[in-house]
Design a protein around this ligand. Structure first.
Ligand code: CA
Length: 225
């Protein structure tokens, strides 16, 4: 799960970020409305947590702009006070839910889970490709009864590859979607994790291979014998 936090109260933003990382979510944080809109429009997030009162552009305007541009990423608005007019305005602008400050982190996490469950009619519990099955609930991959656990980055990479089977997934996409826009991770970070994944896939005796497409990226396929 990839979450964007748009909040100008730095301590609150960072505390929320730590709580979400504790849930193994990938988190990006921005501190003003203009960055909020830019990041939101990248369309790489599963949920956005957004304050209303922000420098440069307020949360209502960001959500309205996102929806005008056909960006449907779910947004949970953080309203400063228990102000019914603000809640109505937020929902009218296209926000999916709201939470009144101060709130307990557990409630925000519960709402994030609820919203991500609502996304799409069918909640997938696993992805399949050839003899591989990736469990989305317990971070493991299996083949013919053999199963092995994956680390968070390995899981994110394999999920992306299995969501795009037989097509090339560019290295830059993996960097942005797994490590985040602001990360200083480089190509060789991707290569290291791909090599971990190859070993794990071989360990459970799968026919599937992660092929390297030189200078472009990777493709999940079953090589011809
Ligand atoms: Ca604020």
């Amino acid at each position: 799960m990839r979450v964007l936090i748009v909040e100008d109260e730095v301590r609150l933003a960072e505390a929320l970020g730590e709580i979400m990382k504790g849930q193994r979510y990938s988190v990006d944080i921005v501190y003003d409305g203009e960055d909020g809109l830019d990041y939101a429009m990248s369309d790489i997030y599963d949920v956005i947590v957004m304050d209303v009162m922000l420098p440069k552009m307020n949360g209502f305007d960001i959500v309205r702009k996102m929806r005008e541009e056909k960006n449907q990423t779910p947004v949970i608005m953080l309203t400063a006070k228990d102000d019914t007019a603000d809640k109505i305005k937020g929902l009218d602008c296209g926000a999916d839910d709201y939470l009144t400050k101060p709130f307990i982190p557990g409630e925000l996490l519960a709402r994030i889970r609820a919203i991500s469950r609502r996304q799409g009619e069918v909640v997938l519990d696993e992805l399949k490709f050839e003899d591989l099955t990736l469990s989305l609930s317990n971070y493991s991959v299996s083949c013919n009864g053999n199963s092995i656990n994956l680390g968070p980055k390995e899981f994110d990479i394999l999920k992306l590859l299995m969501s795009n089977p037989n097509i090339i997934v560019p290295k830059e996409d993996l960097l942005i979607k797994v490590w985040g826009i602001e990360s200083d991770a480089e190509d060789n970070n991707v290569e290291v994790y791909i090599s971990f994944l190859r070993k794990k896939i071989a360990h459970i005796s799968s026919k599937v291979a992660i092929s390297t497409v030189r200078k472009i990226g990777y493709r999940l396929e079953v090589p011809n014998c």
